[in-house]
Design a binder for this molecule. Sequence first.
Ligand SMILES: [Mg+2]
Length: 116
Amino acid sequence: MQGEIQEIEAEIARFCAKREWDQFHSNKDLAAAIAIEVAELQEAFLWDRVATIEKIKEELADVFIYAFRMAERNGLDVMKIVREKLAVNAAKYPVEKCRGSASKYTNLNEGVYDGR
Ligand SMILES: [Mg+2]
C-alpha cells in the first residue's frame, strides 16, 4: 500500500510537471482545490439528488489527487499521518463512550446535550 501511494504521488507529480503546474500548487491553493472538489462531491447529493457512482468516483478521485499532491509537496507520508490521526481519534472517541453516537468528542460525557 505504501509503495502504491508513493507510485500514485509520483504519477501525479509527473502529470503536473509536464504541464508546468508546480508553480500553482502552493499549500493555500491545494487546500482550496481540495475544498472545491469536496464541494463538487457534495453538489452531487444536493437537494436530495441521487448521485451516480460515476460522479462519486470522479469527484472523490479529484479530492484524492489534490490530497496526495499536497502530501507529496510537503514531504508527508500518507500512511503515517493517517495512522497517527486515527490514533488521536481513537483517544478522542473511546469505543465505550461513542459506540452508536454521532456526538462530537467534546459532548461524549453522559448527560451533555449536543443539540441532536
Ligand atoms: Mg471535480
